[in-house]
Each structure stands twice: as structure tokens, then as C-alpha cells.
Write a protein that binds this ligand. Structure first.
Ligand code: UDX
Length: 455
């Protein structure tokens, strides 16, 4: 029989949530655990399925998600996640049962299931098959704590807020203001509460992994641990532990790298709204002229669908790319980690998605924060008020204001100081994942826990 006479290798089954900002960290975590000796199986939905070609050493399996094209076109993000959790449990049960059966003839055993917090259907399935499970939270500790505040406000009847843009301090979670609370802008508010309720429920899972680190969120991680009965492992920034190839759902435009090669040190502002946020046509015009008038070189990602009612360049002012010439590049999707690591990039205008933030500070790049929804608002507040590595662009987008904020970040002393603090954070992040660092220690404990699970 397989495995007799020598130690069997352990296999981990990782369940992805079908969004770019979730697929990336899950594959990065998989690469880290693979480097620790585990076999890896990735289970994903058909919707937004990742391209397995960059990960030949992993086994990719898709499950039927039951989402029709009509669902995808008409449902908001929260509704999609709720529907997936209803429809994926049975297919995942069949898939996992098959994997368990197959292991009788293979030289490895499934040690546990690690699932994205948005794929919470996975826990019951793992439990039914007597497998331990671990939750992977791809966002940060402060957002989790801020969601607790929202839930409490809801219970006390203080929700919905009288003014969602209120500057009033959230006394339970300084330095957040009510306008920074990570409230969803997608669909009915009951769905939002249902989703965060489900995603935060630990159920019978054995541990929680966060892509964050002590040097950013030490006290918040400790606070979370005080209120949590299972161990929390903060092991970030995961993408810096071992190299993980790209898993972009859109094709990366790598031509921009040779353009970056021709730009001066720290001169380029990189602009990207991430994978989900979108803006309106008026705002994109203000951004275009603000960038052009700043006279700073820029690399701008205008993702298909990121401008309401349009498919990209058509929304830019007529003749914009010709007017800008060599000074700027507009792409549909960039190789972001490589862009941020390029020494020509001196600033990042970001929506403050958690992956983007980690990728930026890991390279010592300061930010202009323009959050759109949810956790991005929390992160933007921390960037400007706590870590002080960026400017928060809060008011209505207006070209003069944009020009001035770009100048403050890229050409003024204020920006230099932020860049210096970002470089300090980069060093601290490197220390976290080095032997003896907090993330490295947590990762070792996580691996120890997985190995301790009974076979
Ligand atoms: C959203 C949330 O805001 C985020 O905090 C949450 O954890 C996931 O969902 P998203 O809009 O996807 O995030 O942003 P982000 O978390 O920054 O992830 C985007 C990823 O796409 C990053 O890893 C980034 O490197 C990558 N990307 C983005 C590219 O590779 N190219 C691009 O042009 C833009």
C-alpha cells in the first residue's frame, strides 16, 4: 500500500474565492506552504478561474459554481458571494470526498483544508469528512475589528448612519471616523450583515491566518487574539516570503516595463484602481488632466469596466495619449508587483486594496489614497494617520487638487518624508519574514500545527 515504510507527504487543499485580490494571496500562501514540503491542491470556481499554467507543481480542480452568465452580469459582489456559498457546498463535498478516496492509492494524505474566509461553505464539508480546516483572511486585522464596531452599532440601533460621510470619530476604533467604516456599497445592507456574519464565524476551524504583520498591526492582532479561541497567525507580507508567479485574470501589459526603464529614479507615479473599484466618466477626465498637468511621468491602469458605462480609452479626453506623449502610459492591466519594485516608481495612487498596500510598502513606495469601498477606507485612514506613508485624497476629484497632491507626494519635502517612512516600513516588513521575525515565527507555528493534525 502507498506510504508504507516511509513518511507520507501531506497534502493541503486550499479553497479560493473568485476575485483577483483573493486569488493572488491564496496562491502566494500555497507557494509558501509548498516550499515547506506540502503538496498543494487548489479548488476554485468556474467563475474567475485562475490560469494554472504558472503553477505546474500544483493540482488545480474546479467545482461547478452554478452561476449563470445572467447572474454574473446582474448580481452585485455581495450577492455573488452569498450565492456561491449556497451553490458550492455540494460540488465541493463531492470533490473533497473524491480526493479523500484517491489518497488510498497515493503517496500523500490530506492534512487539512485552508479556505478563503469568503468560501466559508468549505468548513462544513471538511468537518463532514473529518478533516481539520483553517481560515485564510486576505484583508487586515483593523478591518475585522472595525466590522465588529459596525455590528455592535447595528445591534444598538445606531445603524444605518445618518450621514455616511460623517467626520465624527468612531470612539471604539480610533483613528477611524464614521466615513472610514468598512461598509459595503454593494446591494441591500441585510446582505452585507449576512456576509460579514458568515465570514467572521470561526465555526469548527482550528486556526486563522492573516496576510498582515506585527510591524503594521501588532496591537490589533493581539486584540483579535484576545477575543478568539483559536490561534491567529499573522504571516505577511506573504508575497515576499517566496517568489510566487503571476496569476492575473487579465493579461498583463509588460511593455510598460521598458518605458519604466527610461524614466528617472523615483519619478513615476503609478495609478491603479485594483480589480473591482470603478469611477465615473467625470472623475476619469479630472484624473487625466490632473495627471497630465502635474508634469510628472505616470503609468495608469485603466482596467476594462473600471469606468461606468465605458470600456476604457474612449473615456479619456480626445487625443490625450498624444498630448501626454512619452510622459505617460495607459495600460489595461499591469504587472503590478514588478512595477512597484521598479526604482523609477516613486509613488502609488491606489484604491488601497490590502494586497496593493502590502505590495507598495514592501517596496518602500508612498501612496496617494483614493479608497472606494469596504476595507479600502480603513486602510487609507491608517496609511495617512497612523503609518503616515501617504496622502488621503478625500474630496471630489478636481484636476487642480490632483495636480497639487501629486506634487506634494512626488516633489515636496512632505513626500520625501513619507518615502523615508515607507522605506523604514519596508525594512521592518523584511525583518518580520526573516528568521526570528514575527511573521516567520507565526509561519513556523502554523506549519507545526498542520503537521500535528491527526491523520
Ligand atoms: C479588494 C479589497 O479592497 C482588498 O482589500 C481585499 O483583500 C480583496 O478585494 P482588489 O480591488 O482586488 O481588492 O485590490 P487588491 O487587494 O489591491 O488586489 C489587487 C491585486 O491585483 C494585487 O495583488 C495587484 O498586484 C494586482 N494587480 C492590480 C495587478 O497585478 N495589476 C494591475 O494592473 C492591478
Amino acid at each position: 500500500m502507498a506510504g508504507q515504510g516511509h513518511e507520507q507527504r501531506r497534502r493541503l487543499v486550499l479553497v479560493a474565492a473568485p476575485f483577483q485580490g483573493h486569488i493572488n494571496p491564496l496562491l502566494q500562501l500555497s507557494a509558501v506552504l509548498h516550499s515547506k514540503g506540502f503538496f498543494i491542491t487548489i479548488v476554485h470556481t468556474q467563475f474567475n478561474s485562475p490560469d494554472p499554467s504558472n503553477y505546474p507543481e500544483f493540482n488545480f480542480l474546479f467545482i461547478q459554481d452554478g452561476l449563470s452568465d445572467h447572474d454574473i452580469a446582474s448580481l452585485d459582489l455581495t450577492a455573488i458571494v452569498l450565492v456561491l456559498n449556497d451553490k458550492c457546498q455540494l460540488p465541493f463535498q463531492e470533490c473533497l470526498a473524491r480526493l479523500v478516496k484517491e489518497q488510498e492509492t497515493r503517496d500523500d494524505r490530506i492534512a487539512c483544508v485552508i479556505y478563503d474566509e469568503l468560501a466559508y461553505f468549505s468548513e462544513a464539508t471538511a468537518r463532514n469528512l473529518k478533516l481539520p480546516s483553517i481560515i485564510f483572511r486576505t484583508s487586515n486585522a483593523n478591518t475585522f475589528l472595525a466590522r465588529s464596531v459596525i455590528i455592535e452599532m447595528h445591534v444598538q440601533g445606531r445603524f444605518p448612519l445618518a450621514d455616511p460621510l460623517s467626520q465624527k470619530a468612531v470612539l471604539e476604533h480610533p483613528p477611524l471616523r464614521q466615513r472610514d467604516l468598512p461598509i459595503s456599497s454593494f446591494g441591500p445592507i441585510e446582505n452585507f450583515f449576512k456576509l460579514i456574519g458568515n465570514a467572521r464565524d470561526v465555526r469548527r476551524s482550528s486556526a486563522i491566518v492573516y496576510n498582515t504583520m506585527d510591524c503594521l498591526e501588532g496591537s490589533s492582532i493581539a486584540k483579535l487574539q484576545q477575543h478568539c479561541h483559536v490561534p491567529i497567525f499573522a504571516i505577511g507580507p506573504i508575497h515576499k516570503i517566496v517568489p510566487a508567479p503571476s496569476c492575473s485574470l487579465l493579461e498583463e501589459d509588460t511593455n510598460c516595463m521598458s518605458w519604466l526603464d527610461r524614466q528617472a529614479l523615483n519619478s513615476v507615479i503609478y495609478v491603479s484602481p485594483g480589480s473591482l473599484a470603478s469611477i465615473n466618466e467625470k472623475d476619469i477626465l479630472e484624473m487625466a488632466w490632473g495627471l497630465a498637468n502635474s508634469k510628472q511621468p505616470f503609468l495608469w491602469v485603466v482596467r476594462p469596466g473600471s469606468v461606468h458605462g465605458s470600456e476604457r480609452v474612449e473615456s479619456l479626453p480626445e487625443g490625450f495619449t498624444e498630448i501626454v506623449g512619452e510622459k505617460g502610459r495607459v495600460v489595461r492591466w499591469a504587472p503590478q508587483k514588478e512595477v512597484l519594485a521598479h526604482n523609477a516608481v516613486g509613488g502609488f495612487w491606489s484604491h488601497c486594496g490590502w494586497n496593493s498596500l502590502l505590495e507598495s510598502i514592501s517596496e518602500g513606495v508612498p501612496l496617494i489614497c483614493r479608497p472606494s469601498f469596504g476595507d479600502q477606507k480603513v486602510t487609507a485612514r491608517y496609511v495617512s494617520q497612523v503609518w503616515r506613508v501617504g496622502l488621503h485624497l478625500e474630496d471630489e476629484l478636481e484636476r487642480g487638487e490632483i495636480e497639487s497632491v501629486i506634487r506634494r507626494l512626488m516633489a515636496d519635502r512632505e513626500g520625501d518624508e513619507m518615502r523615508q517612512r515607507a522605506m523604514d516600513l519596508k525594512e521592518k516588513a523584511e525583518l518580520c519574514i526573516r528568521t526570528g521575525g514575527s511573521s516567520s515565527g507565526s509561519l513556523n507555528k502554523l506549519v507545526g500545527l498542520i503537521k500535528s493534525f491527526e491523520q
